[in-house]
Write a protein that binds this ligand. Sequence first.
Ligand code: PBG
Length: 325
Amino acid sequence: MFPAHRPRRLRRTAALRRLVSETSVRPRQLILPMFVREGASEPTPIASMPGVVQHTRDSLRKAAVEAVEAGVGGLMLFGVPEHKDATGSGAVDPNGVLNVALRDLRAELGDATVLMADTCLDEFTDHGHCGVLAEDGSVDNDATLRLYEEMAIAQADAGAHVLGPSGMMDGQIGALRAALDGAGHTDTVLFAYAVKYSSAFYGPFREAVRSSLTGDRKTYQQDPANAREALREVQLDLAEGADLVMVKPALPYLDVLRSVAEISEVPVGAYQISGEYAMIEAAAAHGWIDRQRAITETLTGIVRAGADMVLTYWAVEAARWFERE
Ligand SMILES: NCc1[nH]cc(CCC(=O)O)c1CC(=O)O
């Protein structure tokens, strides 16, 4: 009798498939990235991210409560300031849009969710880079660290449980840990964007934060061709005190995510970024793919590859599709 081996046996009924299913995504694993725009009186839609908005202070509060009720594991906040300048001064200002929003949400939600903040300058600088520029126009690593330290303390003061340094400056985790500890914020968690590639898929995010970046981030973000340096970045961030590590983007880097999950001593997150969101939304809008199945398949793939947590703009909607515990 041929074939002797019949893997299809376990796929025959829905009950059999359910019994042997290896991966489930839970709402508590999903983190919702949110944008809050300074001075806005109405939520502003982001054209390249259908369904995602720049919130007002008020709409942010409501959406955050709704997300927590849906069971998401955390919220990651990005600020969109009204005025940008060369050093991103809105980032360190306690009255800057992001710090005000953190205070609002911490007051509203307390410890009922995990409140995270993007610790990076690109949303606040007029040139759109993640750090300050040296005279030759390059991004000055060590001068940027000093600003990140100030920004981190302002965010921790404002009530963030977790900081997400996403600027890919060398030494940023060590610098932030020391600065936070020095300011008495010994319990503030560092979620290191340890592995961050220079990706075309950040495109819609530029619109989301009204970025004016003209060049690229290739001198600080990683080359998509390279996997080895991802492991080095993770090892350095762990040595510097990272509590959590992230791989970003997600879908084009599942191999990297898997290798990171294998060596990491701390939980691993993956960021399904704006362009990953946009391409599925666009294809679904054309009727070319089944939207819910495509979203579920990508989230399952990211978790199967080794992510303990996933940042995704679909967090709230997807949380309603998945079983809670
Ligand atoms: N502050 C940097 C930052 N943090 C998250 C994103 C992108 C997120 C997304 O595209 O969804 C970026 C932009 C970048 O590095 O170019």
